[in-house]
Design a protein around this ligand. Structure first.
Ligand code: 2M8
Length: 443
């Protein structure tokens, strides 16, 4: 590995393409070759963005496979299990979703969800299809028409089931739903969970990383499994889950993605003549954008999550505090957030290997440079931030994120996450969404 050598865009493109091939299971892409041998919902969206750069039809297949696993309620599950029955824990059996009435026939999935990046991925597929023209355009546009109702049902499910009071924030019932599994954002809510009896378990994840301390510990896993059990006991029934679980948090970053994605889906709706749906989606976008903005702590300038059970704000200094940048909205708020992001507690923190935001600010006491969501830099998140900045015309910031990301990814390891000061790739290597981010940055 030599992250400093200069590398051609062609070399990076071909190495990233190879990683997506290695992870290709036919009609779905594993999130990583060993650590994650199944399809994850928000990974699949980023993977589709990357695939759209190499094969529009294959990108369509990715999202189509995910949508096939959509529950009858509209929920898109966070894991769609492949046939690899032993490689990952907890697998389908441990999830207990076989007893859920809303699980589609013949599908094996988990019973929770992840942030709705999918409409953004669909937008990329349609745009690449139109750029390429011919068969790619036909495939992309046909898929937009074919799949639109599925995405609409997904957004409606989130807007109603997960925000029944219309506060503009999505409520999650497991740290896994945020995608930021063991982020210090969730330390408060998890600290109050006292798990009941959890049957013994053998983890697989720790077998696939160089050092187990890069992953959550067993006590954390016990709580993760306890929450799954609580949901399984009520058969993952939406009406019952909220009262059954010990984890209820309004996730500001999830909500920001909901806002941004609803806007994008509204645009797609208008393009296919679904004007009323477009209007509904635009008002969803406004509601969640306002919800996100309402959480900003005037003292720090960062957006916050809200712990429903403890009735308290969560103000830990994590990258999720930049949710308004993803959601878009008030120019003054966004300008203040950009200044913060570029400042000394984030991208400008002294000694960073690459000027990219760590998942937790190194200035925070909660920061752990090598531990998963507690500090390392996550390349796919930088792509998302870059996309949002491009949407808002912030080209200088897009260029800064892009050039630092390309440098980071020139090690060709496609790490799941990176140590912020050394630039060392950690977690899994050949992580699919990291490769996809590289493909999109290369363009
Ligand atoms: C991680 O989460 C899974 C559980 O969902 C795990 O640790 O087993 C997170 O980084 C999550 O955001 C990601 O979608 C998933 C697959 O890459 O891995």
């Amino acid at each position: 590995m030599n992250p400093t050598r200069s590398l051609s865009m062609e070399e990076l493109r071909s190495a990233a393409t190879e990683v997506l091939k290695v992870n290709d299971l036919g009609t779905m892409t594993s999130a990583a070759p060993n650590l994650y041998p199944h399809m994850w919902s928000w990974d699949a969206a980023f993977v589709a963005i990357g695939l759209a750069r190499t094969s529009v039809p294959r990108a369509v297949t990715e999202l189509r496979s995910l949508l096939k696993a959509q529950w009858s309620t509209g929920m898109i599950p966070h894991i769609v299990f492949s046939d690899n029955h032993t490689g990952y824990f907890p697998g389908f059996d441990r999830w207990g979703t076989a007893g859920a009435a809303a699980l589609p026939e013949g599908i094996k999935s988990s019973g929770i969800c992840q942030p709705p990046v999918h409409a953004i991925a669909l937008r990329h597929i349609v745009d690449r299809g139109r750029e390429n023209g011919g068969a790619d355009q036909e495939v992309a546009e046909a898929f937009l028409a074919e799949s639109f109702d599925g995405w609409l049902a997904w957004h409606r499910w989130l807007a109603t089931v997960r925000d029944p009071d219309g506060v503009g924030l999505v409520e999650i019932h497991h740290g896994w739903e945020s995608g930021f599994d063991n982020s210090p954002r969730w330390d408060g809510p998890y600290s109050r969970i006292v798990p009941g009896t959890v049957p013994p378990f053998t983890r697989r994840d720790v077998l696939h990383v160089a050092d187990a301390s890069e992953r959550p510990d067993d006590a954390e896993y016990t709580k993760y499994l306890w929450l799954v059990q609580q949901m399984a006991e009520v058969r993952f029934d939406d009406a019952a889950v909220q009262d059954a679980v010990d984890f209820r948090v309004r996730d500001v970053f999830f909500s920001a993605i909901m806002a941004a994605s609803s806007d994008v889906l509204a645009g797609l709706a208008a393009e296919i003549g679904r004007d009323q749906d477009a209007e509904e989606l635009r008002s969803m976008a406004t509601r969640f954008r306002e919800g996100v903005a309402s959480t900003v702590d005037p003292a720090t300038g960062l957006a916050r999550d809200y712990d429903v059970l403890a009735r308290e704000w969560i103000g830990t200094e994590t990258v999720s505090g930049f949710a308004p940048l993803v959601a878009g909205g008030d120019p003054a708020l966004l300008a203040a957030q950009r200044e913060l992001l570029l400042g000394p507690r984030w991208m400008g923190f002294p000694g960073l290997r690459f000027a990219l935001p760590p998942s937790t600010s190194p200035a925070s006491e909660a920061f752990r440079p090598r531990t998963y969501w507690r500090g390392p830099v996550w390349p796919f998140l930088n792509l998302l931030l870059g996309w949002a900045c491009a949407r808002d015309g912030e080209t200088a910031l897009v260029d800064a994120l892009r050039s630092a990301s390309l440098e980071q990814l020139s090690d060709l390891q496609f790490g799941e996450y990176y140590e912020p000061f050394t630039g060392e790739p950690l977690g899994s290597l050949a992580q699919a969404w990291t490769a996809a981010a590289a493909l999109e940055w290369v363009g």
